[in-house]
Structure formats: C-alpha cells, structure tokens
Write a protein that binds this ligand. Structure first.
Ligand code: HEM
Length: 1019
C-alpha cells in the first residue's frame, strides 16, 4: 500500500508536468455567472466535495449563496440550496430545466432516452409518463397490490420471528432490500423470480446496476483522468450488467406475452395488453416496456428501502415517538396481528413520522439532476444552456430559515395539523422532486413503508443494544459513512438484528460515487497488503523465499489529512498573473546581435527555477529560431558557461546541437585545457552538459572525466563562494539532467537567491510558482490517497489470480500471489483492463519467471536474466499508465509507439533493471534471493562483486547515452511522449541513486518528499 502510494505520488508528479498547460487560468466571461468557489484547473471543484456531496454543497452554499456555480472537471454544475431558488427552477422555469443529463453508458442502456427518467423533455416523455401515471400508478392500481405487500411483509415478520427464537443475527438492511425488490417484482412482473429457476437474482442485479451506473464517470467530466474509468473497467461492467438485466426482462416479457390466458396482475401484463389493444394514442414497443420496468426497479427499490431504514433508525433514537406510535397502532388496530393498509390510512402520527424521516433523510439527498436546455437569467445571474443542475433537497429541508431553529431535530409533531405536503407544491419539502419531473411512484413507495413500519413496531420491541462505539456515541447522523457504526436492534425475543449503512444517495445518476473523496464504497474497503511477511508453503522442489520487510510509509496519513488554505492559493495566483507578463516581456525584449543567446540563457534560468511551463510557447519559438542560427550564436563565443548552457538547453528541448562546439576548449591532444579549471561555474555547466551525451559524443566522455576530477576539489578548496560549493556537491551526487524537475528547483532557488546579481523578479516568481504547484500537488495527492483507499483492490486481485492462476500454479500459487502483491503489477493489471491485457500479460509472466528462478536459487546467464529482467522492471506498464493520464495529449499514438518497443524505452529498461539490482543487491543476498543481475554477471564472467558493480555501472552509463540519443532522434512521436520517458528515467535515477529508495520510504526519499511537499518556501 505504502509503495503503491509513493509510486503513485511520484508518477502523478511526473504526469502533472505534462498538464502544466492546464494550470493556466481559464478566461472569464462578460456575463454575470452565479458565485463560484475557487476551483482547481483539472478537477474543478471536486476537491471541495466530501464523501457526502450534499453536505459539502451546503457548506459551500453558506458562503456562496443558494444559487452557486461549481465545475465538475469541465462541466458546469448549478447547485440550488434554498426553497426560493428551487421554486424558480422547478416552477417558474420548469420547462427549460426539465431535461436530465445522461452519461454515455446510460444513454446506451436506455436507447438514447426511451425510458422515463432520462427521456428528453418532450412528446415521447410526456406519453410515457402519463402511461405510467394513468395506467400503472393510480391510487386504485397501487391499492390493488395490497395482497402482494401483505405476503412479503409477513415473510419478513416470519424471518424476524425465527431469528428471535434462535437468537441469531440478521442484517435488517438486507431484509429491507429483499422486501422492496420482492414487492416490486410482484407488482411489476407479476411474480417473484428466483435464481433456482434459472433466472437471475433481481436484487443482486439491481444492486450491481445501481453501483455500476452510479459510479461517477470521471472521463465525462475530466477527460485527462479517463484512466480512472479504465482502471474500473466502467464500460465493460456497464455493458455486462445492462445485458444481464435486459436478458432477464426479455425472458419475463416473452413469458407474459406467450401466456395470454393466465390471470394478469403486474405492470408488464398491463403494458403488454395496452400495447396489443392499442388503447393509447401513441406507439410503444416491447423494448420500451422493458425500460419502464427498469426505471421502476432502479428508481423504486433502493429509495424505498432507504426510507424504511431511516424511519426505523429514527424510531430507535426516539423511544418517545415509538411509544406514541404504538399507542396509535393499538387504538386503530388492537386485535389484528397484521396492521393492514386501511388501518394505516387512519394513522396520522405514523404518517408524520415517515414525513419527518423524508425531511431529514431524503433518500435522494440531491434530487435526480436536471439539465438546462436554454440560456437563462436567474436572480440576476446568467446561466448557460448545458449546465447541470443539482437541487440539494437535503439542505433545503434542513434550512433553519424556513423550518425554524429546530430544523435539524427529528420532530414528527411538526407535521400534525399541517397542510404541508411533499407532492411538489411546497418547495421547502421536495423529497420526490417537483414540477413536470415529479416522481410518479410516491404512493407505491409510501404505502409499503408505512405498513411495514407499523407492523415492525407492533410486533417487535426495538431498542439499541450495542453499538460498536457505545450507545451514547451511536451517531446515526445522516452520512452513510457514519452509519458504519452499526445499530443493533433487539426484537422482543432477543435476537440481534443489524441495520447497517442506510444508503441515502442511491439513484444512479445522482450518486456521485466512486470518485475520489466522494465515494461511499458499497463494500467496506479491503486492501492488498503490499508488505508480505508470510512464509509460503513449501512444495517438494521449492525453497522458501523471504520477502523484504517494507517499512510503513510516513506519507499515507499525511496525504489523507492535509488541508490546503484556499485563500493562499488565490493570492498566489493573483501574484503570478501580475508577474507573468513582466517576465515574458523581459524574455522577448532582447534585441540585437546577442538577443538569441541571451534568451537561451534566460530559458536555462526559467527551466532551473521551474518557470518554463508558464512560457512554453515563447520558449518553443525562441529555441526553434535560435537553433537555426546556432552557428552564428556560437561563433566566437569562448565563455565555457555560455557554450555549455546553450548546448544544454538545445539538447534538453530535443535539438541535436553537435558536441563539437566544445572543441574550442580542448588542446591539440584532445584534452580539455587546464586553464578552464579556474572557472568554477563554467566547469559546473560543462559537467551538467556532459550528462546529455550520446554514444557518439566522445568529447563529452572526456568532459565528464575532466570536470568530475576537478569539481570535487573546487568545492572543497574554499575558492568558490559557499553556495556554489554546495551546488557543485549536489550536482556531483545528482546531475540536473537526471534529477526530477521539482526536486532540482527546490535546490536551485536557494542557490539562485545567493547569487550576487540575481534577478529579484525571477526569484520571487519562482518561489510563488513553486508554492502554488506544491499546494496543487498536495490537493491532488490527497485525492489520490483517498482514491487508493477506496479502490476495491482485492476484488481485482481475485480476478487477476483467476486469469493468471495456471501460470502461477506451475510453481506455487502463493508465491505468485506474494510476488504480485510485492510489485506494482496489481496496479498495472487494473489499469490494463480490456484490450491491452495480452500485451500486459507478458510483463506479468516475466515477474513470475524471475520469482520462479528466485525460489530455486537459480542464477541464469546474464543475457538470459536481462531478457526477463528488463521486461519485469515495469517500465512499459508505468509509461502506459503515464500516457493514459495524459489523456488526449498522448492517446493512441503513444501506445502504438510504446508497443513497438522503441530503443529509447528498451534502454530505460536496462537502466532501471541494473540500477535496481545494483542498489538492492546486498539486501537481496541477505534474504537468500540470488537471482540478481550482479550475481548473474559474477557467475557468468567469474568476476568479483566490485568488478561486477563497475561493469554494470558502465552499462547504466551506456544506456543513458542511448536514451539521450534516441530522445534527439526524430521519430515523429510527440515531444511530450518522449519526455515522459526521460521523466521516468529521472524518477528511477532519483530512487536508485546509490541507495534503494524504491522500497525504503525513509532516508533520501523521505528527505526529497519533505522538500517537495512539506517544507515551506520563504517568500
Ligand atoms: C421513497 C421512495 C422514492 C423517492 C424518495 C423518490 C424520489 C424521486 C425523485 C427526487 C425524483 C426526481 C424528481 C425531479 O426531478 O423533480 C424521482 C423521479 C422518478 N421516480 Fe421516484 N422516488 C421514490 C420511489 C419511486 C418509485 C416506487 C418509483 C416507481 C414505481 C419511482 C419512479 C420514478 C420515476 C420513473 C422517476 C422519473 C420521473 C421523470 O423523470 O419524469 N420512484 N423520484
């Protein structure tokens, strides 16, 4: 888990570098949009939402008002938080707010909106809705199903009685779901369908359907994070579950269609007979019937069971209400064992209890979203067509301004003698919505809830017995998360009955679940432990393999709990807006013969100070123009610093300037002139330039030897200013070219500040920009940390295991599991759902192969080892996930290129494999793991450990040269795609630079993380 997070952080950090363009602020419109909280460039306002979006909406609305505009990624979302504004939307302008947003996946299921919930407002929707209201959901029709309800409620009672007498534990939430879906089955389909007769279990399908379609489709809001949907295999799952549902309904409809003589009772029969007899003025077909039924199941079961759960929960919390209710039940239905629907109609207090529950806990806290179809001016604000609209019923129904100071309290009495109703006429009470789109299933839902509650209260004595956190702390306040503190009830004979997690936010389109920070997982999160300490069972031919004990990461909690001061971000942005044009002007204002040279030198500063992303266009233009005039620029230039920087900048931006430019600094012998040694800055920049060498830059090999030899003593002999000595020492440890950009800039800012002639404006800009990026990263990392927590990784692991089982089994299933847990392969496995899987499998196989060798102490030949080891090191998978995170910027072209196994990537694999094995060698050996590049080399060439290290380090150097060379080779692949490889090479370099930082979150890595994410920069 920890390593997973660290990798994710570092990978995100790298990915973020490509998204810098997006940090630019969007332009503002001349219109007067509603107030909006500050937002992040990519995710918009998502970071301001919590696990309960309706709560976050309310907090924000207290600051920004009842009509507030948010952005979910790129999509504008209007949030309505008061009865007055709800009235404007659902009454005054109801027509233009009568559409609904629809996801692509859902659009497929409902065939472009042929159901009721998603049908675009118009003729078709009107016909379908009136078909429902007039033929299916009339009071008479609803009443006609009383027998079906009675049968199912009695089944529930029997189950509870049985549980009571056997003192066994039951999950009441499950019972409620069963009750509502069984009743709905009988009402809609005419009977219950069970899996015993070969049909699907409708409860499970409805649940899966709601989960899949309730999953927040990240790609539709934030295209650059489309990989999250890939990870979750959203499309595939949506197709699977909707097909299951459709197949089932098709079977049901066929059965009813064929058996015309049988006694008909359910909605399906009714709809089929209307269709056959053509009693409606419009035409609908069988597929439309299936969609109506689908709406009923999805819209009517989870909502109703949620209302049941909350009603019972509130009753348990308020024994005084139970007492009053019981009195009422006794007065109306003293002698019958079953409280029937006629009795319930007479019970005002029961009705008030259900109303009060609907007020405090509307099953759809935010009513099913609407979509604005025309531009509109509302309360002085301009709102554009296409804006999604979220009406926060939960906040409106708890508004003290309309409900009084006790708005948050459960007081059924407030509804007695009150004409206030929830049929959509009063905008302070809208659990079923209002206007044209008002819920048509109110009666059907309420009658079931009321009769069930009456019988549960009459037959059982409900009270809290135990709460995991103690009775007094039984906080059943609204959020489903809090409801994890399971309420345990005791029916009168003493069995324990659980009421768990009433899910208040169940409607698929409304449920913003599965997005980081907002998801309420339908299952408790489970984790794959990346730290493997188990000793595996030993097969006859196998040895045990002890896995590395990983230290816990100090970062997980940090990222979870961090909070960022938004006003600080706003202030920083404003300062950047002021500074940017000034710096741009300075860059572009150089004139005359040396202008190109001066600009290149300034670009070096911009890159080193982490400011280049603010000026990408200007830099591209300058470099292109400058490269054409490079000879002119270099001619007669004898300053080592200037030539080295020009070389460095061109190569860094992918332009092949020849290393012959350094010939002017060499003697006839080809050696560098000793006179250069006095120029510390020049020597340092030559040293840095040398790290951009290719296989053919022999002069740069020489430059590296020459500078490395002298820089050490230059730093030590006291001739350089102290800050330059520090810079030199740092460069000798980690050259700028192989350092991560953000890490380098932390160090460079402090160096630059101590330079005598430094530009104050650039320094200030650099600090502000760093601080802003730091805060933005922290936001994103927090989101990622949350997201990782809620990923159901274990499920995926099981899938992984199923598919790869046979390969693993060839030597040891548990071993393969451990290997997988130890590596990031599980992450990649999740990412590579679908079509890239077979390609990915070869990478996993390499992992298994290495593990297999390790288990039997096998030391293959060096070549044999590298063939497998280069694949196993996960460079391809990491890059692929990086490209996914770049979204459209990279897309298909990058994948195709990656799959062709380009030399650039192959060389990175060599670098990664060898650096990993060199730094991890001692640790591997101490754990008895010998399948390592160092051992293979030693064995094959009969050399000592030190000799092997030397040779392997040389190979790393050669691989780096090839990486540089390939980066300069014109491949037709975009710069950002190639740069991703270099950035990964930098991350690998940082992780394995003389220590094994990948599995050790302490030491240097901790220091780096601290400097990037924790230490504050002094402005
Ligand atoms: C406690 C139970 C229920 C609650 C709280 C509830 C709530 C809602 C809400 C808030 C809406 C959106 C209204 C709007 O946009 O203004 C809605 C729409 C809808 N509900 Fe319900 N509902 C419940 C039960 C049912 C049942 C039992 C059925 C079916 C028999 C049903 C079928 C529908 C349909 C078809 C729509 C879409 C109406 C349209 O778009 O025109 N609901 N419901």
């Amino acid at each position: 888990m920890e390593m997973f997070l660290i990798s994710l952080c570092l990978a995100t950090l790298l990915a973020f570098l490509f998204l810098k363009r997006l940090l630019k602020r969007t332009t503002t419109t001349k219109l007067n949009p509603p107030p909006s909280p500050w937002r992040l460039p990519i995710i918009g306002n998502f970071h301001q939402l919590s696990l309960s979006p309706h709560r976050s909406f309310r907090s924000l609305s207290l600051r920004y008002g009842p009509l507030m505009l948010l952005h979910f990624g790129r999509v504008p979302v209007l949030v309505v938080s008061s009865a007055e504004v709800a009235h404007d939307v659902m009454k005054t302008h109801d027509r233009i707010f009568a559409n609904r947003p629809i996801t692509k996946a859902m659009e497929k299921v409902v065939r472009g909106g042929r159901d009721i919930v998603f049908a675009p407002y118009g003729e078709y929707w009107r016909n379908m809705k009136s078909l429902c209201i007039v033929h299916l959901l009339t009071n008479k029709m609803v009443r006609s199903f009383h027998k079906e309800r009675e049968e199912e409620i009695n089944i529930l009672m029997e189950k509870l009685e049985q549980a009571s007498s056997s003192s066994s534990t039951v999950n009441l939430s499950q019972f409620f779901i069963t009750l509502t879906s069984d009743v709905m089955s009988k009402v809609a389909l005419g009977r219950k369908y069970s899996s015993d007769e070969g049909t699907v279990d409708i409860k499970t399908v409805v649940r899966t359907f709601s989960r899949v379609f309730g999953t927040f489709p990240v790609a539709e809001y934030i295209p650059s994070l489309a990989w999250i949907d890939w990870i979750r295999r959203l499309d595939g799952k949506a197709e699977e579950v909707s097909k299951t549902f459709d197949d089932f309904l098709e079977k049901v409809v066929q059965e009813h269609d064929l058996d015309v003589d049988k006694k008909k009772s359910g909605f399906v029969d009714r709809l089929l007979s209307i269709q056959r007899e053509q009693t409606t003025p419009f035409v609908f077909d069988r597929s439309d019937i299936k969609l109506i039924i689908l709406d009923m199941f999805i819209g009517g079961t989870a909502t109703t069971s949620s209302l049941l759960e909350w009603t019972l929960t509130e009753l348990v919390r308020h024994p005084e209400c139970v007492k009053k209710l019981r009195d009422e039940i006794c007065s109306v239905s003293a002698h019958n064992s079953y409280v029937n629907e006629d009795d319930v109609e007479k019970m005002n207090y029961l009705n008030a209890i259900v109303k009060e529950t609907l007020r405090l806990h509307p099953p759809l806290s935010i009513i099913v979203p609407r979509l604005l179809s025309e531009d509109v001016r509302l309360r002085g604000y301009d709102i554009a067509a296409g804006t999604q609209v979220m009406i926060n019923a939960w906040a409106i129904q708890r508004d003290k301004a309309t409900w009084g100071p006790d708005a948050e309290e459960f007081k059924p009495e407030r509804h007695l003698n009150s004409s206030l109703d929830f049929q959509g006429q009063d905008y302070k009470f809208i659990p079923f919505g209002s206007g044209r789109r008002l819920c048509p299933g109110i009666r059907l839902a309420l009658v079931l809830v009321e009769v069930t509650v009456a019988n549960l209260v009459k037959r059982f004595d409900w009270r809290v017995q135990v709460g995991p956190y103690g009775v007094d702390k039984l906080d059943l306040a609204e959020a489903a998360v809090k409801m994890k503190s399971i309420a345990v009830f005791v029916p009168k004979h003493g069995s324990q009955v659980f009421l768990s997690s009433p899910n208040h936010n169940l409607f698929p389109v409304n449920k913003l679940s599965c997005f980081p920070l907002m998801s309420v997982p339908t299952k408790p999160p489970k984790f794959v432990r990346l730290k493997a300490t188990t000793t595996m069972t030993r097969d006859d031919h196998e040895s045990n393999r002890t896995f590395k004990e990983l230290l816990p990461s100090p970062w997980t909690d940090q990222f979870h709990t961090i909070s960022v001061d938004v006003s600080e971000i706003n202030a920083l942005r404003k300062e950047i807006d002021v500074l940017k044009p000034k710096v741009k002007k300075a860059l572009m204002s150089y004139q005359g013969i040396d202008s190109a040279k001066k600009r290149i030198l300034m670009i070096y500063l911009l890159v080193s100070l982490g400011l280049a992303h603010h000026f990408e266009d200007e830099i591209d233009e300058t470099i292109k123009e400058g490269f054409e005039k490079k000879e002119e620029m270099i001619e007669g230039e004898n300053d080592l610093y200037t030539v080295s920087i020009i070389f460095w900048v061109f190569r860094r931006y992918g332009h092949h300037i020849s290393s012959d430019v350094f010939r002017r600094f060499t003697k006839n012998s080809g050696n560098f002139k000793e006179s250069l040694v006095g120029d510390a800055k020049g020597m340092l920049s030559l040293y840095e330039a040398a790290y951009l060498r290719t296989t053919k830059d022999y002069i740069m090999d020489e430059a590296l030897i020459f500078t490395s030899r002298h820089l050490e003593s230059l730093a030590a002999d006291g001739t350089c200013p102290p800050h330059l000595s520090v810079r030199i020492r740092n460069a000798l440890t980690l050259p700028q070219h192989w350092n991560m950009e953000m890490l380098f800039l932390v160090e460079y800012i402090s160096f630059f500040e101590q330079e005598k002639d430094h530009d104050e404006m650039l320094l200030k800009f650099a600090k502000i920009s760093f601080k802003l990026v730091q805060l933005q990263y922290l936001h994103e990392l927090k989101i990622l940390a949350e997201y990782v927590t809620y990923l159901h990784i274990n499920d995926t692991f099981e899938e992984f295991e199923r598919e790869l089982g046979p390969q693993g089994r060839s030597y040891n299933v548990s071993a393969s599991k451990e290997v997988v847990k130890q590596s990031n392969y599980l992450l990649y496995w999740i990412i590579f759902q679908g079509k890239e899987r077979s390609w990915f499998k070869t990478h996993v196989k390499a992992n298994f192969d290495l593990a297999k060798w390790g288990l039997v102490y096998h030391v293959p030949s060096f070549e044999e080892y590298m063939e497998v080891g280069e694949v196993e090191v996960a460079v391809y998978a990491t890059l692929a996930s990086r490209y996914m995170s770049m979204g459209k910027m990279a897309a298909k072209e990058a994948f195709e290129w990656l799959k062709s196994r380009p030399k650039l990537v192959q060389s990175l694999c060599v670098k990664g494999r060898l650096m990993d094995d060199i730094t991890g060698f001692q640790d591997d050996i101490s754990r008895g793991y010998v399948t390592n590049a160092v051992s293979c080399y030693m064995k094959q060439y009969g050399v000592s450990e030190n000799e092997a290290f030397r040779e392997l380090n040389k190979m790393v150097g050669e691989a780096e040269k090839i990486i540089n060379e390939e980066f300069l080779t014109k491949t037709g692949v975009r710069h950002c795609v190639l740069k991703a490889v270099i950035d990964l090479a930098r991350m690998i370099h940082v992780c394995y630079n003389g220590y094994e930082g990948y599995t050790d979150p302490q030491g240097k890595i901790k220091e780096y993380m601290t400097s990037m994410f924790v230490d504050q920069i002094r402005l």
